[in-house]
Design a protein around this ligand. Structure first.
Ligand code: IPM
Ligand code: MN
Length: 360
C-alpha cells in the first residue's frame, strides 16, 4: 500500500516519541512491502516561534493532501503560565481538528498483564480491563462562543451541540461496540445540562438501530468514580468533548502510565493519530519519554487502512517490550538506563524478527 503520512512532531517530547513511531512504520513498510512517504510540518509552540502562528497554512494544506497525519504533542510552559497570551500552541491542534473535521476521537484503554502492578489501582480491579472511549472532538465547550467582559471580571464558554454532531459519533460508537462486547455507556451530566439531555435523546434514538448493543447512561461524576472502582463494567464509553478529555486521562491510570495511551481522531475525509499525553516539557531531550503511546498510535494508523496484521505486529512488539521491561522510567523507575530510542529500537528489531527478539 502507498501512503503519504504528514508528520507533525510539535512540542516538548513530541519529536522524540514521534521519531520512534516513524521508525516502527518504516520497518513495517520494509517488512510488508508498503510504500510510506513521510512529510514533516510545524505545529504548536515551534510554529509560533517560527511564524507566530500555531497552525501555519502550509501545515493544514499538507495534512489535507496526506492520507493520514501522525501527530506528536503540543504545549509549552511559556504559554501555560501566561493567561493573557493571545496565541497559544493548543490552538494549533484545536484548529486542525476543526479544519479537518476530525469529530471522533477514539481512545483505547487496556490493562496489560505485564503492568498490573504498575497501576496504583489494585490488580484484581484492573485485570482484564478493555475500554474504548469515543470522545466527540469538534464541538461542545471547546468550540462554543467565548466571552470575556471588558473589565476582565466575567468570562464564559458556551457548550453547544447539534443533533447531527451527536448522531455521527454515536453511530461510530455503536458500530465499534458490535465488534467488541456490545455495550455503550453514554457519559453525560443530563441531570443538569440541557446539552446532555439532547445527547441522551439522540443516542437513545440511534440505539434503536443497534438492538444487539446494550445502552446505559452514567452521569460524569459517577463515571469518574466507576472508572476506578470497577473499570471492567465498561466496553465503549461515548461522551462529549470536555468529559472525554478528562475521563481519558483518568482512565490512563488503569494501564499504569499515560505514556501508553494512543488515539485516533477521525472524520469523513481525514484521520490523525496521536498519543493522548501532552508535551511533557520537563522531560524534553532527556530520553525518558515513553514512545509507546506514539508507537501504538502508528498501529492505529495502520489499522485505519485495514493493515491489521501490520498493526498486530506492532502491538505484539509493545507487549513483548513491556514483558521484558524494555520500558522508560515512567513504568520501571529502576530502568532509567533504558531510553526512548532503546524502546523504539527494540520494537523495530521485533518487527524485523518477531521470533528472535529476546533481549533478556
Ligand atoms: C488532548 C489534549 C488537548 C485537548 C489539548 C492539548 C488541547 O489534552 O488531546 O486530550 O484538550 O483536547
Ligand atoms: Mn487531554
Amino acid at each position: 500500500m502507498k501512503l503519504k503520512i504528514a508528520v507533525l512532531p510539535g512540542d516538548g517530547i513530541g519529536p522524540e516519541v514521534t521519531g520512534q513511531a516513524v521508525k516502527a512504520l518504516k520497518s513495517i513498510a520494509t517488512e510488508f512491502n508498503h510504500h510510506f512517504q513521510f512529510v514533516y510540518a510545524d505545529v504548536g509552540a515551534v510554529a509560533i516561534e517560527k511564524y507566530n502562528n500555531p497552525l501555519p497554512y502550509a501545515t493544514v494544506e499538507l495534512c489535507k493532501k496526506s492520507d493520514a497525519i501522525l501527530f506528536g504533542a503540543i504545549g509549552h510552559p511559556k504559554y501555560d503560565n501566561d493567561p493573557n497570551a493571545k496565541v497559544r500552541p493548543e490552538q494549533g491542534l484545536l484548529k486542525l481538528r476543526k479544519e479537518l473535521g476530525l469529530y471522533a476521537n477514539i481512545r483505547p484503554v487496556k490493562a496489560y498483564d505485564a503492568l498490573l502492578d504498575k497501576s496504583p489501582l489494585k490488580r484484581h480491579i484492573i485485570k482484564g480491563t478493555d475500554i474504548c472511549i469515543y470522545r466527540e472532538l469538534t464541538g461542545g465547550i471547546y468550540f462554543g462562543k467565548k466571552y470575556l467582559s471588558d473589565d476582565g471580571e466575567i468570562a464564559s464558554d458556551l457548550c453547544e451541540y447539534s443533533k447531527k454532531e451527536i448522531e455521527r459519533i454515536a453511530v461510530l460508537a455503536f458500530e465499534a461496540a458490535q465488534s467488541r462486547k456490545n455495550k455503550v455507556t453514554l457519559v453525560d451530566k443530563a441531570n443538569v445540562l440541557e446539552s446532555s439531555r439532547l445527547w441522551r435523546r439522540v443516542v437513545t434514538e440511534i440505539s434503536k438501530d443497534y438492538p444487539d448493543v446494550e445502552l446505559d447512561f452514567l452521569f460524569v461524576d459517577n463515571a469518574a468514580m466507576q472508572l476506578i472502582l470497577n473499570p471492567k463494567q465498561f466496553d465503549v464509553i461515548l461522551t462529549e468533548n470536555l468529559f472525554g478529555d478528562i475521563i481519558s486521562d483518568e482512565a490512563s491510570v488503569i494501564g499504569g502510565s499515560i505514556g501508553l495511551l494512543a488515539s485516533a481522531s477521525v472524520g469523513a475525509k481525514h484521520a490523525l493519530f496521536e498519543p493522548i499525553h501532552g508535551s511533557f516539557p520537563q522531560a524534553t531531550g532527556k530520553g525518558i519519554a515513553n514512545p509507546i503511546a506514539s508507537i501504538l498510535s502508528a498501529a492505529m494508523l495502520l489499522e485505519h487502512f485495514g493493515l491489521n496484521n501490520e498493526a498486530e505486529l506492532i502491538r505484539l512488539g509493545v507487549e513483548k517490550a513491556l514483558k521484558l521491561k524494555i520500558t522508560t522510567p515512567d513504568i520501571n523507575p529502576e530502568s532509567n538506563s533504558i531510553t526512548t530510542s532503546n524502546v523504539g529500537d527494540f520494537i523495530e528489531d521485533f518487527i524485523y524478527n518477531p521470533k528472535d527478539t529476546n533481549h533478556n
